[in-house]
Write a protein that binds this ligand. Structure first.
Ligand code: CP
Length: 329
């Protein structure tokens, strides 16, 4: 595949999927595979010098394994210098504001700030008032854009592989997202991303965990798991976010498991070849049974591998698209 024309990217930041066009999403998806090829090289150097001399700072105010490591690895593979700050060890605990924290980081000449924050909107506020390129690594219940992008890349790869069609797209495929939709920024970003790419999305979970207004985003809801997963191409299980639930939103975990767990019994209602996805971390045997998470149709670890390539693509676009545009004849 020819390399994508990165000069088409014109945004300073990546805050969410909601305001991206289909073309912008596809530009990221088309830029990522070259980095996947680099990462999968068996021998030799896996690094490219595209961010050499640049500084990427990871500011994580919530726990993370996959996203933090993935951004750090992506930056290192692009040859950037990287620094990481965790909320618990930063001066935020002494009362410093987020703006002051970022101003101090910028005084050290950083180029990209990757931020995960418990408050929806924190990355946007920083992006609007600071010169650094800001990447949202998850803000409250709002968005987790790079998760949706790596998910879309994983689905597209699977379609291209199984349909033996190197140009296959997500147009017309059907995806069921199942679980704690209410608290899920992954669900919100995925609804925007998948529907913009032409997929049909249905959201399924207990009534109390289905937020109002998702119809306006183009995703109907149901509390009938069999109805939701019957005939879909992709089943996307979400983590039950027990830490965000301020009140009891369903009778018991046992009840949730009985009605909504993706396991070999509930999968009898699904296509036998349906793709199984999960953003991680998994509550094993709560939202997803171990035999399904580790089964032949699960691409959960492929999602993680694709995350590095997608984040390399995003950082490359944010930093290098201007230069490429100026250099164009
Ligand atoms: N998928 C995801 O965001 O995982 P982490 O919370 O471990 O980063």
């Amino acid at each position: 595949m020819a390399d994508a024309d990165i000069s088409l990217w014109t945004r300073k930041d990546l805050i969410g999927i909601e305001h991206l066009s289909r073309k912008e999403i596809e530009l990221i998806l088309d830029t990522a595979p070259q980095f996947l090829a680099e990462s999968q090289r068996e021998s030799g150097i896996k690094k490219v010098p595209l961010l050499q001399g640049r500084l990427v700072v990871n500011l994580f105010f919530e726990p993370s394994t996959r996203t933090r490591l993935s951004f750090e690895l992506a930056a290192k593979r692009l040859s950037a210098d990287t620094l990481g700050v965790a909320a618990s060890t930063s001066s935020v605990v002494k009362g410093e504001t987020l703006h002051d924290t970022l101003a101090n980081i910028e005084a050290m000449a950083c180029d990209i700030v990757v931020i995960r924050h418990e408050h929806a909107g924190a990355p946007r506020i920083l992006a609007e008032s600071h010169v650094s390129r800001i990447i949202n690594a998850g803000d409250g219940r709002h968005e987790h854009p790079t998760q949706a992008l790596l998910d879309a890349l994983t689905i597209r790869q699977w379609l291209r592989r199984t349909r033996h069609d190197p140009a296959a797209t997500l147009d017309g495929i059907r995806v069921a997202i199942v679980g704690d939709i209410l608290h899920s920024r992954v669900a919100r970003s995925n609804v925007w991303c998948l529907t913009k790419l032409g997929a049909e999305v249905v959201l399924c979970g207990p009534r109390t965990l289905l937020p109002p207004g998702t119809d306006r985003m183009g995703a109907p809801t149901t509390s009938d798991l069999r109805d939701a997963i019957g005939g879909v191409d992709v089943i996307y299980a979400l983590r039950m976010q027990l830490e965000r639930q301020k009140s009891c939103l369903f009778p018991s975990l046992r009840e949730y498991i009985r009605l909504f767990r993706i396991d070999s019994e509930s999968l009898e209602a699904a296509r036998p070849d349906a793709l199984i996805m999960h953003p991680g971390p998994i509550n094993r045997d709560i939202e997803l049974a171990a035999e399904v998470a580790d089964g032949p149709h699960s691409v959960i670890l492929e999602q993680v591998a694709n995350g590095v390539a997608v984040r390399m693509a995003v950082m490359h676009l944010l930093v290098n698209s201007d230069a490429q545009r100026s250099a164009a004849p």
